[in-house]
Design a protein around this ligand. Structure first.
Ligand SMILES: [Mg+2]
Length: 245
């Protein structure tokens, strides 16, 4: 097939552990989406599998999530490899931090929390921002979008991050593709072709970025994507990574 457009319907080739680096989103990629973010079910043995995967890649593996770093570390207790949280704003073991908390974060979090309480929606505090979820009440989506847009416009240093049935305010400079660019300079990743797997709007820049760096993106689940390849769900991701059994 000859086309200039990204073709993101086909299954990816098997991972090349000798030449690739792997960057994996967490929610919707390694684990299924839960009704509430704290209700996510982590498959038994996931941390052990990730440790083995990291060894096979000689350390060229990172988990790159929108979640806060401590939360991600708790879900992946037993995996001591590279973790990147808050949409690329913070990385475990990397100094200096990839991004700083903008001034006024307390006021932004208070405003999000008060709005969510007023609307009967779930507020999720994050290290460097906060999210309002409307999975329980999809009709509230437009009101949430309008509120976070207004709040972001009045809050220098913050940007809106749309997510699955949620809107979030995060540090304006934080993005997964920027984090991946920084990680690629680390010795473990240098000279390898980056492969990024993600399922969400927040993953799109990084899915496209991997394709410009000699690697490729893999979109997990349905929906338009700049990724070159696609896998249907986290179970298929686990199979592709050789994590079964
Ligand atoms: Mg995700």
């Amino acid at each position: 097939m000859t086309s200039d457009r990204p073709f993101s319907a086909s299954a990816p080739p098997a991972p090349d552990f000798a030449r690739a680096s792997l960057f994996l989103d967490f929610d919707g990629t390694l684990v299924g989406i839960a009704p509430r973010p704290d209700a996510v079910v982590v498959p038994p043995g996931l941390a052990t599998h990730l440790r083995r995967l990291s060894d096979a890649l000689e350390g060229a593996l990172a988990i790159v999530s929108g979640r806060s770093l401590p939360e991600l570390a708790r879900f992946l207790d037993g995996f001591d490899g590279l973790l990147v949280g808050s949409h690329g704003a913070e990385a475990r073991g990397m100094a200096p931090p990839l991004a700083h908390a903008p001034e006024g974060i307390g006021a932004v979090q208070a405003a999000l929390s008060a709005f969510a309480a007023r609307e009967g929606l779930l507020y999720e505090p994050k290290t460097l921002g906060g999210a309002v979820h409307f999975r329980d009440r999809p009709a509230a989506g437009a009101a949430v979008a309008a509120f976070v847009d207004t709040l972001a416009a009045a809050s220098p240093g913050f940007a809106v991050q749309p997510a699955k049935m949620a809107f979030e305010l995060k540090p304006a400079g934080a993005s997964k593709d920027r984090a991946l660019t920084a990680l690629s300079a680390l010795p473990a990743f240098a000279g390898r072709a980056p492969v990024f797997l993600g399922d969400d709007a927040t993953d799109e820049p990084a899915l496209a970025w991997a394709g410009t760096q000699g690697g490729f993106g893999i979109k997990v689940g349905p929906g338009d994507s700049a990724a070159r390849y696609r896998l249907p769900d986290p179970q298929a991701v686990a199979r592709w990574l050789g994590m079964e059994g």
